[in-house]
Write a protein that binds this ligand. Sequence first.
Ligand code: PEP
Ligand code: MG
Length: 922
Amino acid sequence: MAKKSVYFFGGGKADGTLKMKNLLGGKGANLADMASIGIPVPAGFTITTEVCTEYYDNKGRIPKHVTDEYLKALKKVEKVMGKKYGAKKNPLLLSVRSGARMSMPGMMDTVLNIGLCAETIPGLIEASGGDERFVYDAYRRLITMYADVVMEKAQGVEPADGESIRHKLEHAYDALKAKRGVTEDTDLTAEDLKPLCEEFKATVKKSLGVPFPDDAYKQLEGGIKAVFQSWMGKRAIAYRNIEGIPHDWGTAVNVQAMVFGNMGDTSATGVAFTRNPANGEDAFYGEWLINAQGEDVVAGTRTPLPVNKASKTPDQKNVQSLEEMWPKTYKQLFAIRNKLEKHYTDMQDIEFTIEDKELWMLQTRTGKRTGPAAIRMAVEMAEQKLISKETAIMRVNPEQINELLHPMVDPAAEKRANVLAKGLPAGPGGGVGQVVFNSDDAAEWAKDGKKVILVRNETSPEDVHGMHASAGILTAKGGMTSHAALVARGWGKCCIVGCGALNIDAKGKKVTIGDKVVKEGDWVSMNGTTGVLYEGQLDVLPAQPDRNPWYKKLMGWADATRQINVRTNCETPEDAAQAIAFGAEGIGLARTEHMFFEPERIIHVREMILASSEADRRAAVMKLLPFQKKDFLGIFKAMAGKPVTVRLLDPPLHEFVTLDESQVKELAKHMGLKPEQVQARIAQLHELNPMLGHRGCRLGIAYPEITEMQATAILSAAAELATKKIKVLPEIMIPLVGHQNEYKNQAAIIRAVAEDVKKKYKLKTLDFLVGTMIEIPRACLVADKIAEEAEFFSFGTNDLTQMGFGFSRDDIGGFLPHYLKEEILPVDPFQVLDQEGIGQLVEMGVARGRSTRPDLKVGICGEHGGEPKSVKFCHRSGLNYVSCSPFRVPIARLAAAQAALETPRKVEKKAAKKKAAKRGKK
Ligand code: PEP
Ligand code: MG
């Protein structure tokens, strides 16, 4: 028997189940599931994603067995709905929609009202109680959609004059409205629409050279093919590339009985979220439009009404909601909302239609949400016992925390600023940038490093690349569920929609707002949380996640779950304080060279570099000692007893002496040398491959006085605090060790300095560790030998990736785009750790290191230490901690907790649990 390709649903029954997402797509599986739990869904059937592949293998033809199957399913639909497809009396109309495994909102095509033709039109007029206006409006929508999606796009029929058919038909429609002096679709009469439909058909024939099919079954076949075809459409491919969705998954096709929200003033359509998708509040939230089709709500061409009080914006106080207008229907909708949340145990994004006061659910799917909303919903659902705490931890994408940590427009600056306009707060946070009016410009400007605000009447899926590149998105039309709002929220972008005061002249690249004109390149600032648009470039403030109770709770649960520590990379007391506020448990990397660049220090650094004798160099180096000691005193105090890993000087020295002529002269004068002598020494420092040159421990080996000075600064700061009974835990880290003898050489200097410091401060003991970066592949190979000496390891995965791949970390930009485009690499290996290759070096380093020192403390301080996938890898590889920049600390904490839930560490489980519980209590 051939495998099943078509799955029926409706009338309280379904062939498919929720588990069949891969086969039926998200929408198809949900429709099946909804039907089977008794939600009122119009009957229909789903053609599987496998057929999509078959369709492409079959050169764009629907296999016969599939056609046979769907015609059978159609019979069942007719039975449940009590209507007949293509019939003269009470005809059934169909919608044809896409539905991939993962939601791709608005990226593929849909055709509605399929089945309207000369044969069925009179029957529908009769069934609608003689509403000719409604029927011809449905017909003109069908012709427009079909000609555009099926005939022009999918069948590739080129318009004779190059102007797209949709444009032509919409233009004719707008012209008719203008002629009649009306703005609303519903203001046109049947007498207007009937001849318009005839005109449309003539235009289609003339422009595309083929007639609009007047046959219900031909229309159905065309619609199904068009959906398959749209899987490979430009915008769908672009979206999948951005979201990382595989191209070979294919889409399912959902064919479903049409129900009409535009059948007069007792019909309506709406979109709702079972909880507020912007802030996560447990309040049913939605928008609806009377006498409209679903596309009207999503397209944002009419500003929708709130479904209830909770959905009203402050200026909608006097607007009637669904709850107030049709309380019975609202009650039914609200009951379905509760049923759906209980059933799916997650926030749902639902579409509904009310046909003559009868409520139908068109779709439900897990709703996209902002980061703050994701956190609040997860925590509140766990507290409501809808989900477990573990599920709550797993449900928040660690990267989403970013939004909470994101800057906001400074409220003080907002008070002084000129308000340009107010719209709907569709994506929270602050967005400041220069105005552009189309998505290509947005992408182009962003590439040049500019911050841009994309200003559009409304956005469409064609705009995704520009939206992605923008710091903020601002639209004149649309509601909270419009395309711009949905996409922006999915990406956590600042977004304001429905900003009606904008009068946009996209061609002239300017927008008029009242008496103000904002031109391309002008700065504006957006507060996406309140929906206010300001003139000019306002200051932005860092976020304050600690004022968010749900965030605090979730992070507490995460801390009680994770089995590894999270430290931070920083080198100033201010950053250290920020990192502690974000939950850092120590410093995993303080790059001391960052401390050398202040004006009063750099001169001594340069003197040290240019010195011609050891005595001169020592004299210059020692001038840096008081500065360095002060730095460490500040950091140690800020970290209050938490471990602090200080790395000795690492970069090639020439980085400090890239000087222009006047700086050379000044330095020469300071050192009592001739400018030519300074130039000559700088020239001497030039290296062909500085990243593989005289850097890291090689500096301290050639110039031991540098290591001596740095060790003295670290240890005397520690000793000074120890005498004051302030707890400190310095860990001195030697960079770029590849051979155990390099380590021995530097460690000996440090230990000798420690003895001197102890004597000087009259201390019997001084707590500190000496360890090394593991960032050279050879170090991983001989980690056992290095660990005989070193007390800790910290993986420098930036250099390890550089040297493991042989990719210069500073020059990868030249070829990485080609690598990504050709799919040679899935991602930038400097952002996401290459677990397959570089990961092996890490695992080897850990195993070999611990073979000679079982209690070896191991961490990571490369950029990967704050990237969720890499953090999870570190957990699995047995590291004790990850270290990352302060703003990534919360992300790493959550990722570490998820790793512990996904792959709990068995060996230390008990001890780790105790430790984690203690952490969670803090
Ligand atoms: C590393 O190489 O991963 C590292 C943390 O050091 P740096 O980036 O300073 O070379
Ligand atoms: Mg390094």
